[in-house]
Write a protein that binds this ligand. Sequence first.
Ligand code: GTA
Length: 329
Amino acid sequence: ETATKCVTDSSGTDELSPKVKRVKPDNENGRGEAGHESESENILSGFKTSTVLSDSAREKNIFIHGKLADQDAVVILEKTPIREDTLAEIFSGSRLKLEMRNDIYCTYQLQAPPHLNEIKTTVVCPATEKHVKKYQRQESSLVEETGTDYQSITLPYIQKQSFSVQWVYNILEKKAEAERIVYEDPDPEVGFVLLPDFKWDQKQVDDLYLIAITHQRDIRSLRDLSSEHIPLLQNIFQKGKEAILQRYNLPASKLRIYLHYQPSYYHLHVHFTKLGYEAPGCGVERAHLLADVIQNLQSDPNYYKNRTLYFPLRADDGLLSKFREAGRL
Ligand code: GTA
């Protein structure tokens, strides 16, 4: 990876909190630690902000569009959760500045040691116009897509307009993130790679987020699934849950396992997030539980070819214009 073509994530993969059980190096997947922290030069020192695409005081993040060495870039800065296992060090090793005192109430500015005060930073560079739009806060509209709409409107659009899935192929071919793989079934038909999603810094299980990426490359999304894919989906469901139990000590009853429709990346993948963690895109208008998907295909082999599916599209999404032009909105 170079500074001019990168999807960088600053958060290393250091120790998880003690309540998280680690897979031992001699375990069945043969991979021990999930990665190494590495110092890297500050490629952001020359970043020039153009616009703030969105920000949230509650989520403590900011999405910025700007230029990095004359290329368009999106930078995401996000404050990370405070971990229970760092409390002792925060209390003993910080400087405290009093802001106000009133009766039994006090507020302070606590200056924690730098390693306990990191900002998870994601860099997409060069970013396409589609990336910039994706991260911009916008109104959405719910679209109703019949099987016929998919064939005549959505499919031709995504064949021309979707995000590159090169990052997915890099994972499958071990050209990137190989050391982060949690589990792999190499079978070409039912196999998949399970690894941490890049939105998860892996420091605590409270916001656990992994993705399972299929080795089969020709399944774009839910719409391409038929009963022939049930063994693949069951394999991901079963082995994904087992791997997460083994590595993170989190039972299946604590997991939300789902697919997005529409996804951003049209190569079949399944999201595994911790129940209770409100991951972006886990709402009913976008997430389809894998367990339901399997049952629906068992009762009707062509369920997802024929059903009307509903999903939100952002105001400036080109696909929304196509639905409008076709008089479907
Ligand atoms: N391990 O290189 C990668 C990688 N990329 C490029 C994407 N993903 C990756 N994982 C690894 N390595 O969960 C992950 C994404 C996503 C999944 C693709 O693959 O993090 P999807 O096809 O269904 O697309 O899933 P989705 O969900 O729309 O993608 P994404 O990027 O999660 O966007 C959803 C929204 O999340 C964004 O519009 C944004 O507003 C919001 N969001 C909130 N916080 C963040 C954050 N910290 N980083 C990125 N997006 C965020």
